[in-house]
Design a protein around this ligand. Structure first.
Ligand code: ATP
Length: 320
């Protein structure tokens, strides 16, 4: 292939810019042309497409968000939307497309692949919930952002001998809660993959107090329930006066960590290599520190993301 396109879609994540930069720079290095598509699949259908130069992707490797913007565009799940998208790609002579996004965006790439259009999916989401990869672009930055907040909350929780419930993002996955929980030494981690027993959580707080603990930090993944509801359940059992912090969108922003920038660069350059060789219908992942590829149809139809539940066990052993 000589001319390819790139878009970012769904929830943004730190490192998306680094991925697009790598796609553009590697393609130019290989003598190919790159077109940037603004606002994800919405911009694709609308034809919001422009040629990108080397300079267009200068000074973005360190920035969070995505300079190509992102959008939710449910109409891309329809045949009509997909055909319009392919029409625009053909109009610009774009022979293959790199899609950076979460599982919804992968569905868009999957739909184009099923229609015979070559796509490469790159996992870009803070949630780390994509099958076929150990890590997604943005996850490392997000857990470090959460960790920074948790360290601050621990200071005040200790001063006042308080119990805090911290609600973190992750959609239906508990990865952010697990990693940030272990890294911060949180007393309890509540994730959808494990469920919880509210009386057990309350017993654990009381046992901690008896052991002389000055604070209790409970990390709650948003996929379980909202923080306020969880705190009300705990306070109904005992008078804990639980404080709730919902970290929210702060988790999605910020300058990407070195790890996210390197991963995004490897993924972006890898995508170009496959398209250069006329290979599409793939998504890239990181398995045991090696870049791997999977068939995108197989990934979405047959693979499931699994968080590292060894971390859950570890936290129970060393932090509760
Ligand atoms: P995150 O999980 O980080 O928010 P995401 O990529 O999963 O990111 P979504 O909003 O689910 O975010 O999906 C992004 C876009 O992908 C949608 O707005 C839509 O344009 C496209 N998309 C989602 N599902 C499908 C589908 N079944 N078929 C075609 N396109 C889809």
């Amino acid at each position: 292939m000589k001319r390819i396109g790139v878009l970012t879609s769904g929830g943004d994540s730190p490192g998306m810019n680094a991925a697009v930069r790598a796609v553009v720079r590697k393609a130019l290095y290989e003598g190919m042309e790159v077109y940037g598509i603004n606002y994800g699949f919405a911009g694709l259908v609308a034809g919001d497409i422009r040629k990108l130069t080397r300079r267009d992707v200068g000074d973005i490797i360190q920035r969070g968000g995505t300079f190509l913007y992102s959008a939710r565009y449910p109409q891309f799940a329809t045949g009509e939307g997909q055909l319009k998208g392919i029409e625009q790609l053909n109009r610009f002579g774009i022979e293959g497309l790199v899609v950076v996004g979460g599982d919804g965006s992968y569905r868009g790439a999957y739909a184009l692949t099923k229609r015979g259009y070559p796509c490469i999916g790159l996992p870009g989401t803070i949630d780390n919930d994509i099958p076929g990869t150990d890590y997604t672009i943005g996850f490392d930055t997000a857990i470090n952002t959460v960790l920074d907040a948790l360290d601050r909350i621990r200071d005040t929780a200790t001063s006042h001998v308080r119990t805090f419930v911290i609600e973190v993002m992750g959609r239906d996955a508990g990865d952010i809660a697990l990693w940030a929980g272990v890294a911060s030494g949180a007393e309890q981690i509540i994730i959808p993959e494990k469920g919880f027993d509210i009386t057990g959580v309350a017993d654990n707080i009381r046992e901690g107090r008896e052991k002389g603990k000055k604070h209790t930090i409970i990390i709650l993944a948003e996929g379980v329930m909202d923080g306020k509801e969880f705190a009300e359940k705990l306070d109904a059992i005992d008078n804990f006066h639980v404080r709730v912090t919902v970290l929210g969108h702060v988790q999605r922003g910020g300058s990407p960590t070195a790890r996210d920038r390197v991963l995004a660069s490897q993924f972006g350059a890898g995508a170009v290599e496959y398209l250069k060789a006329d290979k599409g219908g793939l998504c890239l992942g990181l398995r045991n520190e090696k870049i791997v590829t999977h068939d995108i149809v197989d990934t979405l139809d047959n693979m499931k993301h699994k968080p590292n539940l060894d971390l859950y066990k570890l936290n129970k052993e060393i932090s509760s």
